[in-house]
Design a protein around this ligand. Structure first.
Ligand code: G3H
Length: 254
């Protein structure tokens, strides 16, 4: 804490809380666009925040991405986590295996000494496949668990970066650009007013299900994500935002 005062991070946190309307902002030093180690710092700060909130029998829904993978790697085992269950918040979004919510949720559980459940849903579901899959009893069972999550933890991406990385044909990159998409979080694309302009079709938590009794932890760093973060929190202010100095300073310059 004293270190944070010295680095001026505490005042950045306060300014951002006011500016973004997010009750708690945690800023770590550095810029993850410039240095890889900053993602570990984001991971550590988020893992501490999550661990301090976890209660036995909590269901924690997690999303994918390289930032969330870094958070999972920083989790530490605790006896009180034995009955905590980690689940992916939504099905496949077209990420590499190590960046998928399923993989990351299993990693969270194994590091934290908790349980996990998988959601087996293919990427880029057709309307027909979607409608019949959600009727499967095994899918319904895990969906009920996912929707009961008390904590949701997810990353935020720059819209163009994410659409390119996921190689999405639908919607085309051009369509996202035409609609002024700036940010992406769990398969939803947002414009700068925080309006959702497109969502990838997959099973799991939908944006309008993040009601007030779910505790939402958003983790995103790097100056290139400033616009994306600002857009996302306009839609549904996070309960906690964990970010880095690079993103924080760019956010205040917007
Ligand atoms: O939805 C947002 C992305 O998952 C963020 O991915 O953490 O690899 O930048 P990233």
């Amino acid at each position: 804490e004293m270190m944070k005062e010295l680095l001026g991070l505490s005042s950045l946190e306060k300014e951002l809380e006011q500016r973004l309307g997010v009750p708690k902002v945690i800023v770590v030093s550095g810029d993850s666009d410039e240095n890889d180690w900053v993602k570990h710092e984001l991971g550590q700060a988020t893992s501490l925040e999550l661990s301090s909130r976890l209660k036995p029998k909590d269901v924690v829904a997690v999303m994918g991405g390289t930032t969330l993978a870094a958070v999972a790697r920083m989790m530490t085992a605790d006896a009180k986590n034995r009955e905590v269950v980690f689940v992916p918040a939504r099905g496949g979004l077209g990420e590499k295996v190590e960046n998928q919510a399923n993989t990351i949720s299993a990693e969270f559980a194994s590091r934290a000494g908790a349980q996990y459940r998988l959601l087996h849903v293919p990427d880029q579901l057709s309307e027909e496949a979607y409608s019949s899959l959600i009727l499967e009893p095994s899918v319904q069972e895990i969906l009920t668990i996912i929707k009961s999550a008390s904590v949701v933890i997810h990353g935020i991406g720059d819209a163009e970066t994410m659409a390119t990385r996921r190689n999405s044909k639908v919607p085309s990159l051009q369509k996202l650009i035409d609609n002024h998409a700036v940010g992406e979080a769990f398969g939803y694309y947002f414009d700068e007013n925080g309006k959702s302009i497109y969502k990838q079709r997959t099973i799991g938590l939908q944006l309008d299900e993040l009601d007030q009794d779910k505790y939402v932890i958003s983790v995103a760093g790097g100056h290139s994500k400033a616009k994306a973060i600002a857009a996302y929190v306009k839609n549904r202010p996070s309960d906690v935002l964990v970010t880095d100095e690079g993103a924080a300073r760019s956010l205040l310059d917007l």
